[in-house]
Design a protein around this ligand. Sequence first.
Ligand code: GRF
Length: 225
Amino acid sequence: MARVSVVVLISGRGSNMASLLAAAAANELSSARIVAVIANRPDAAGLRTAAAHGVPTAVVDHRQFAGRDEFDRALREAIDAFAPDLVLLAGFMRILGESFVRHYHGRLLNIHPSLLPSFPGLHTHRRALAEGVRIHGCTVHFVTPDLDHGPVVAQAAVPVLDDDDEITLAARVLAQEHRIYPLAVRWFAEGRLRVEDGRVRLATAQASDAALIAPQTDAARVGAS
Ligand code: GRF
């Protein structure tokens, strides 16, 4: 299978990037290889993690550019120097312009810490708690010019517990982010993702009627097999 080169964009901690590197090391990404990690902040902690794994890193500091177009152009040049087949936004905290997004059409994925289309934007866990939702989660999607929008590749749902705060809920969601992003990359590398009418079709998906019911009380378990 042809190698799929992947560039990962980060802004900070980089735990999703680290989970992708771990998955690659465990041979769980099919033919996908992470060829570079690029940050928009020189102090992004994830840069050190990437370097420790022997992955080339680069910084395109948004503060060095007069405007978004100039930044987008420089970022695009830095990315394209690695000729990637796939670009991953992994905690990348800059909004990218329309021409950038179009340039990577069909090969730009993002991970977002909510079950989109609920809670696009920032502070998703705080907003989920404020709304009192019982189920929250994360989404991997193809990127379109609209913020946190685009064909959904994978989602993972977690229960919101009565005593959750932003920190406990974020941790529960993050653990699932670390599962579904590598999965999505593997499917991409295997050529199994097809976008049709704005929806992702996953070739050879297993049918499943599994449901997460929250809260889990005895009554919620009635009828569960
Ligand atoms: C994650 O929750 C991701 O979904 C969001 O930003 C956070 C980044 O975390 N877009 P990390 O840098 O991957 O640890």
